[in-house]
Design a binder for this molecule. Structure first.
Ligand SMILES: NC(=O)CC[C@H](N)C(=O)O
Length: 379
């Protein structure tokens, strides 16, 4: 019998290196920035995190797919273009699984490559930096793959959040992952706090954490104006995560600038939202060599350390921030990059990592509580 998963496919990197392997999921060709994630769990959330839009994701965990797919854990309707794994499991088994992993990839048009040495690939990305590449199940020559890569834009300069942001505003009032979120808790206040969230590629688990902490969230498109935000009389304003280069999200940077100037409404930003705050406060961002994507990044300051979930390729340049305006509250302790900031004398703060932990450790959930406390002080 012919093994259906032994159909030839390959990865071609922009430096001409080829990894021959086999395809699973959707057939075809996918191109984009090749990045890697070191998490050992949560592939469904990671694959559907809108911040990966336009990228091809390599998992360093050696086998992916074992627990199938359920109907609760997806972070959005957006997904990565392709995935690369050492091994994938065609034998899904989990009490929550509702769908076969391979079938789900086909339906989402995600091209999969398996059977390559992912350790060797990650070593190349770590020493040369993230680079564009192609995975294809088609019979394409090296030259035609390199031509596709050549025509693929670099991540620097790309505003991808405008592509994935919602086109219509919507309200999020209930927790949608009730079967498995061990952190579901009753809010400390009976007053429902009204958040306006600017969607640059927001994850469902962020919305669910805000709801768990006693908020209802009105999600607005990334191109919203100061008036769009203020006319909803928010108790707090949230700037979300999202794909692409933060310095190209001029609509978000301008909105953040005017909101920071406007006054005293508590504001919280995560990942792209954090980078946008940094840019709005006069700072600059730069591209990291291969980014931070995983579930065990230590962050903190002065002996207080949290283990964090991360997914980013850019960071705020600490030397670009004015001490008169901003205080750095957290550093990534692996490479000392900026991981959190707070605006002096204003209830505005942000983190580069993902306190919603979808997936990841729950150490940083206190940040949602902090956001809520800042709002309650002002109600
Ligand atoms: N998760 C995010 O919000 C990512 C932010 C940005 N696109 C980066 O790669 O740095």
């Amino acid at each position: 019998m012919i093994n259906p998963y032994k159909k030839n496919a390959k990865l071609v990197l922009s430096n001409g290196i080829v990894f021959p392997g086999f395809y699973f999921g959707a057939s075809g060709t996918a191109f984009g920035e090749i990045v890697f994630n070191t998490g050992m769990t949560g592939y469904q959330e990671v694959i559907t995190d809108p911040s990966y839009y336009g990228q091809i994701l390599t998992f360093t965990y050696p086998e992916i797919g074992n627990t199938g797919i359920n109907f609760e854990d997806s972070e959005s309707n957006t997904n990565v273009k392709g995935i690369i794994v050492r091994n994938f499991s065609s034998n899904n088994s989990n009490w929550r699984s509702k769908k076969d992993f391979n079938q789900w990839l086909v339906e989402k048009n995600i091209v999969g490559l398996h059977g390559i040495d992912t350790r060797a690939l990650v070593k190349i990305l770590r020493s040369n930096g993230s680079m564009n590449g192609v995975i294809t199940s088609e019979d394409k020559t090296l030259e035609s793959c390199l031509k596709i890569i050549h025509d693929t834009p670099n991540m620097e300069g790309l505003n991808l959040s405008k592509v994935v942001s919602t086109k219509q505003k919507y309200l999020w009032t209930t927790h949608t992952q009730t079967n498995f979120d061990l952190r579901i808790r009753n809010a400390e206040s009976s007053k429902k706090l009204k958040i306006v969230a600017i969607d640059f590629g927001i994850k469902n688990s962020i919305l669910n954490r805000l709801v768990s902490h006693g908020c209802e969230v009105l999600v607005l498109p990334s191109r919203s104006s100061l008036k769009d935000v203020l006319s909803n009389k928010p108790d707090g304003i949230f700037f979300s995560n999202g794909p692409g280069d933060p310095s190209s999200v001029s609509e978000g940077i301008d909105l953040a600038k005017s909101l920071i100037e406007y006054g005293d409404i508590p504001m919280f930003g995560i990942c792209l939202g954090h980078q946008i705050f940094g840019l709005a406060l006069g700072g600059s961002t730069y591209k990291l060599p291969f980014g931070h994507r995983g579930l065990n990044h230590p962050c903190g300051e002065n002996n207080k350390i949290e283990i964090t979930s991360q997914n980013h390729g850019f960071a705020i340049d600490p030397n670009s921030l004015s001490k008169e305006i901003v205080r750095i509250t957290h550093y990534n302790l692996n490479d000392k990059t900026v991981a959190g900031i707070e605006v002096n004398n204003k209830p505005i703060f942000s983190v580069q990592y993902h306190p919603e932990a979808g997936p990841g450790p729950h150490d940083s959930d206190y940040l949602f509580k902090k956001f809520v406390s800042l709002m309650l002080e002002r109600c």
